[in-house]
Design a protein around this ligand. Sequence first.
Ligand SMILES: Nc1ncnc2c1ncn2[C@@H]1O[C@H](COP(=O)(O)OP(=O)(O)OP(=O)(O)O)[C@@H](O)[C@H]1O
Length: 449
Amino acid sequence: MSNMKVCVLFRPLNSKELSEFGDAVSVQGINSESFIIKDEKEHEFDLSFDRVFYQGSEQADIYEFLALPIVQGALDAINGTIITYGQTGAGKTYSMEGPSIVDCESRKKGLLQRVVDGLFEAIMKSEKPNKYTIKLSMVEIYMEKVRDLFDLSKDNIQIKESKVHGIILNGTTEVTISNSAEALQSLSVRENETMCFHMRRFIRFGSDMAVHVAENKFGKLILVDLAGSEKVEKTGAEGKILEEAKTINQSLTALGKVINAMTSSTPGKPTHIPYRDSKLTRILQDALGGYSQTALLCCCSPSPSNSSESLSTLRFGARAKHIKASVHVSCKEDLANNKDVTVYTNVDESRERILAKLRERMTAEDVQLLEELFVLEGIFFDPNSVEEMEAAYKDVTSRTISSFRKAVEELSTVVEKMKWENATLKASLKASEEFYQHQLERRSLCLIL
Ligand SMILES: Nc1ncnc2c1ncn2[C@@H]1O[C@H](COP(=O)(O)OP(=O)(O)OP(=O)(O)O)[C@@H](O)[C@H]1O
């Protein structure tokens, strides 16, 4: 079963759509998972997803189905990612944060407020609320640069990989938050300050909530409100805004390429997954490539005027549905010695199996160097790269076998030597016994005389 949960949301018709097409819609619901959508030429497409939220759906229902399991997972140190995708005006931001982050009518609260509330509620209900620390960071990708929205002087954050935390945004400001109100206040202040119109139009922030579950566990929860996915020419943009639109388009194209590569790989054949083609795909590498529970909300307009963009969004979602991600628990031990240990639940067993075998056969230092090399090369996040690991493992195995052979030869020589020593000892023992017997016989002869 795929760990990528893909849902579809059809927002209500807006006033422009109502004035142009009345209440006509291109979507006909079948049930909560399937619907029929017509393109501009009235061709019908029968599609199914994990859940479909039709016009008038409650924000609370979307949260419960899509995000609640991810929030619960984050508290158990399972990384989670929630992404909204769709054309401009399709309802991505509304789904993510409702009409506004703070002072929002309870019913209209979006995923962001509900995730924050859900995290703190779960923590307060837990046996030891004090063992949790929640840190928040917020970044945006602007013109292929990652910018810290809590410290605008950090406008070119580097993306790195760590064994424990996976993809990390190096040096990003982390704000420790102790309740929902504090978190939402931080998020809303930054949003108003930094998102002027042209950026707001194309760029969205991702908030990265790091949940330190316990001293030795760490969960990461990322919410990503993507930029509009429509074709650049549809935006009517010019000049700098056109350049921004093109960059966004490239990063969404890179996201599409990553998803295509992941879902079209042939078993047993290594496939290159182009995570490094854009900052967006690099940041989402964990979420897509294996160490996360991921939910994608495909936001669409139900209007016939937007059916071609809606279909393009739905095709993207249908493709993403086939990504088989894996669940990962991050574990940090021996902080004082800065020694990281990762514990895996159900997956990436191949990697762990190979590493375990390498550990048996190589020195700890060699294994560590090999791991570092693979992390640097991005191999650890590419499930298809297991073949490369297998090749490395075979190489190590053959070297180990020949060193075993040499050891067996040495051992045989030692055994031969010991056999010879044993025979010599036996012979001298026999000689001693004979001598002793001879002496005894002589002594008894003397006594008889
Ligand atoms: N589920 C919904 N219920 C009511 N109104 C909605 C819903 N979704 C979106 N809207 C309205 O539609 C408009 C556009 O939505 P929104 O800003 O969320 O789009 P978007 O996909 O984030 O677009 P952009 O890429 O431009 O940010 C807003 O005025 C919003 O209030």
